[in-house]
Design a protein around this ligand. Structure first.
Ligand code: AP5
Length: 194
């Protein structure tokens, strides 16, 4: 079973690469940012609560995110694996997904005798390259002030997960500052090797 988490700062290519890797390994690409943007566009209750946080570049509170992710992971297409893009973003979310994966493993122990453990991949890209990429993309939250705040939030809340997964021996590092095709090739190697 392929269960891959893409870590990495805003603009590191998580979404671009998760879509490609999802095709390669035939498992769904689950992006919490995309799910949230759909809620905002549809003006659901969740979308209305999340919008101000997203516009500022802050994390949406865990109380709004965890059920949303659990719901998505329970859908039929996610039973054979997934690529998680943008989740987890802090230690509480990482602890949550760790418990979900452990519980799934316990439930499917007889089916998954050769199962690989969770694989987390950090895409490394220098901050200045990230800023240039995001300014060129121009999504609603891609103005310079919000980009810099998203980067600060990443360094404070998400970057500690690199050590969290290193401690569990579940971390691969991939250079995201290469061409899109080169990054995909490196990711494929890292996933197959894990
Ligand atoms: P989210 O949508 O997850 O945004 P992000 O993490 O800021 O990431 P981006 O989508 O900006 O970048 P990416 O790494 O996916 O790069 P991409 O492939 O797009 O989150 C948005 C907001 O939602 C958050 O701020 C928060 O408010 C909320 N949120 C989401 N998840 C949450 C959670 N779990 N908890 C709480 N809140 C949450 O590439 C960027 C650009 O670079 C593109 O234009 C692309 O074409 C280009 N590019 C990609 N790769 C390359 C390359 N190799 N070379 C050159 N250009 C490249």
């Amino acid at each position: 079973m392929v269960q891959v988490i893409f870590l990495g700062p805003p603009g590191s290519g998580k979404g671009t690469q998760a879509a490609r890797v999802s095709e390669l390994f035939q498992v769904p690409h689950i992006s919490t940012g995309d799910i949230l943007r759909t809620h905002v566009a549809q003006q659901t209750d969740l979308g209305q609560k999340a919008k101000a946080f997203m516009d500022r570049g802050d994390l949406v509170p865990d109380g709004l995110i965890l059920d949303m992710v659990l719901d998505r992971l329970h859908q039929p297409d996610a039973q054979k694996g997934w690529i998680l893009d943008g989740f987890p973003r802090n230690v509480a979310q990482a602890t949550f997904i760790e418990q979900v994966v452990l519980q799934q493993k316990a439930e499917n122990a007889s089916d998954n005798a050769n199962d690989k453990s969770l694989n987390t991949i950090n895409l490394e890209v220098p901050d200045q390259v990230l800023i240039e990429r995001l300014l060129a993309r121009g999504r609603a939250d891609d103005c310079e002030q919000t980009i810099r705040h998203r980067l600060q939030v990443y360094h404070e809340q998400t970057e500690p997960l690199i050590q969290f997964y290193r401690d569990r021996n579940q971390l691969s590092i991939v250079n995201g500052n290469l061409s899109v095709d080169q990054v995909t090739a490196e990711l494929k190697k890292a996933i197959v090797a894990a």
